[in-house]
Design a protein around this ligand. Structure first.
Ligand SMILES: [Zn+2]
Length: 161
């Protein structure tokens, strides 16, 4: 009997046992590679440099955006650009692992602060709008058939000033 040193399975031939060891080693290598990627990403996210970079520059608003699904494209459609200093490549860090096991990057993106502020205001207006609909007991704006009592609903919302 030949025993695989890695998983402990017993084989009748040396060749079969060696085959198992090779397969086991590939599996472990793959797992260790993923762990190494993650370790790198965790270090980068935790480092003071990483936080500093996202603080941005005058008149611009910066943020790290994960390259997952179509998020980068959506951000670009909203006016964000990948940060790229003169003579440098785009700023990106490994932020995790995609479903297929490949590395997922996060890109440093920026947008003019004036546009950023407009977006924030539009978001707040939408929240205010929805809230007043709730206060009035209107359903149509909420897109649902939720039950609203005659007296309306009291909403406790930290956004409301
Ligand atoms: Zn084995």
């Amino acid at each position: 009997m030949y025993t695989c040193d890695i998983c402990g399975t017993e084989y009748k031939t040396d060749a079969a046992m060696r085959g198992c060891m090779k397969k086991d080693k590939d599996v472990l290598d793959e797992i260790n590679k993923k762990a190494a990627d993650k370790r790198k990403a965790r270090k980068q996210f935790g480092s003071p440099n990483f936080r500093l970079e996202a603080e941005g520059r005058l008149g611009m608003e910066r943020r790290w955006v994960n390259d997952t699904r179509d998020r980068i494209q959506k951000m670009m459609a909203r006016g964000y650009e990948k940060v790229q200093s003169e003579g440098e490549s785009v700023r990106k860090v490994i932020a995790g692992t995609k479903e297929d096991g490949s590395a997922m990057y996060a890109y440093l993106m920026e947008i003019e602060k004036v546009l950023y502020d407009e977006d924030q205001k539009a978001k707040q207006d939408e929240i205010d709008d929805k809230e007043s609909a709730i206060y009035r007991g209107e359903n149509d704006k909420l897109g649902g058939n939720g039950y609203v009592p005659k007296e309306g609903i009291k909403v406790h919302n930290a956004f409301r000033r």
